[in-house]
Design a binder for this molecule. Structure first.
Ligand SMILES: Cc1cc2nc3c(=O)[nH]c(=O)nc-3n(C[C@H](O)[C@H](O)[C@H](O)COP(=O)(O)OP(=O)(O)OC[C@H]3O[C@@H](n4cnc5c(N)ncnc54)[C@H](O)[C@@H]3O)c2cc1C
Length: 326
């Protein structure tokens, strides 16, 4: 067996998630080093248009599993589809977005395929025809490389935001994959979803993220962060300290136990810069820190630092951004 299979996830809104393009980027280098080609798998209901978005340079074939029953997300059905796609493509490496859904289906598929699985990887490479997956350990202080020499199929989940998005028009062929689903694949049916609201839903794709920390003193003051994010047309993020305090929802948390983001501009406001926070945003294009403590660790990774009281700096900065952007 040879080749790489990348799973492209369809989000709750029916659109291909950005992390699918990140998984393609991760898979491209592994596929070219190992040979055997790069196959993309897209699973869902009525997804022809979204599957076509996987036609990116480097992708050789797109396998589409399109079934009305998949309108309701099912880890069991996704697992069955992944296993079928691995067999159909002959892939020896499988990369799955490390999202909630991916973390659910990847270990199930690994068990069924008797494959090795490295979770939450921030880098992947090929060495002597085998996968080398890198993940962070010790609270983000170190990285470790994982090899799976005993497994003919090697799998990894890809940490969202850890890879660039693959781009460039491709010339992949598209094939419909018929999967023999069983009733056990649809034991759970999602009958409805309720949005939590807020601006964090676009954290993955926002060009600018403004993240607030405990320096904001109290939840109401997050309005300052929201105003600056809105002025940029960006999204709001938060540290674990403020999430744990109940000021913000967990879906806004950036870091080791939250989300990984890589916007063009990341503005950290009243954030100390703990390593567990930094691992979730250090891939950002430019990092700006606003903190009154000149020795705050955040300044070690920030390209631009403003030493000052956020309650003075933020309103003035928001005003300037609004004026500059008209
Ligand atoms: C296993 C583990 C996992 C973790 N996962 C995460 C994670 O995913 N994400 C995460 O964020 N953290 C995580 N943490 C917690 C992390 O270690 C820090 O405790 C947390 O990030 C600190 O949040 P903070 O920067 O908001 O608060 P603090 O560390 O209290 O920093 C507040 C900052 O605000 C500044 N400040 C105060 N007042 C002002 C003002 N008026 N103007 C300007 N600046 C001001 C202070 O100088 C200070 O630097 C984790 C910890 C552990 C042990």
């Amino acid at each position: 067996m040879a080749g790489v299979l990348v799973v492209g996830e369809i989000g709750a809104n029916g659109a291909l998630r950005h992390v699918a393009l990140e998984a393609v980027e991760a898979g491209k280098s592994v596929a070219s080093a190992m040979g055997g080609g790069l196959t993309a798998l897209v699973i869902g209901s009525n997804i022809a248009a979204e599957a076509a978005k996987m036609n990116i340079a480097g992708v050789d074939k797109i396998l589409v599993v399109d079934d009305p029953r998949l309108a309701s997300p099912s880890a069991e059905a996704a697992t069955t589809a992944i296993v079928a796609a691995v067999k159909a493509s002959g892939a020896s490496v499988v990369l799955i977005p490390g999202t909630t859904a991916g973390r659910d289906s990847a270990p199930r598929a690994a068990a069924r395929l008797n494959a090795g699985l490295a979770a939450d990887c921030v880098a992947v490479a090929a060495e002597n025809g085998a996968l080398v997956a890198t993940r962070t350990v010790l609270g983000g202080r170190a990285q470790t490389e994982i090899r799976m020499p005993g497994s003919s199929i090697q799998m990894a989940t890809i940490r969202p935001g850890a890879f660039a998005k693959a781009e460039g028009a491709g010339s992949a062929s598209t094939e419909s994959l018929a999967v023999d689903f069983g009733t056990e694949d649809f034991r759970v049916v999602v009958t409805g979803m309720t949005s939590k609201g807020g601006g964090a839903s676009n954290l993955d794709s926002a060009p600018v993220v403004v993240a607030g920390g405990r320096g904001l003193k109290e939840p109401a003051n997050f309005a300052l962060v929201e105003d600056l994010a809105a002025a940029f047309g960006g999204a709001v993020g938060a540290t674990r300290a403020v999430v744990d305090a109940g000021w913000r929802d967990h879906h806004e948390q950036i870091g080791q136990t939250g989300r990984t983001v890589a916007p063009g501009l990341y503005i950290a406001v009243g954030v100390s810069g703990a390593v567990q926070h930094n691992v979730g945003m250090q891939g950002s294009g430019a990092i700006v820190a606003i903190n009154r403590d000149p020795d705050a660790p955040i300044f070690k990774i920030a390209q631009f630092g403003i030493v000052g009281d956020l309650f003075d700096v933020l309103p003035a900065l928001t005003q300037q951004v609004k004026a500059a952007r008209g």
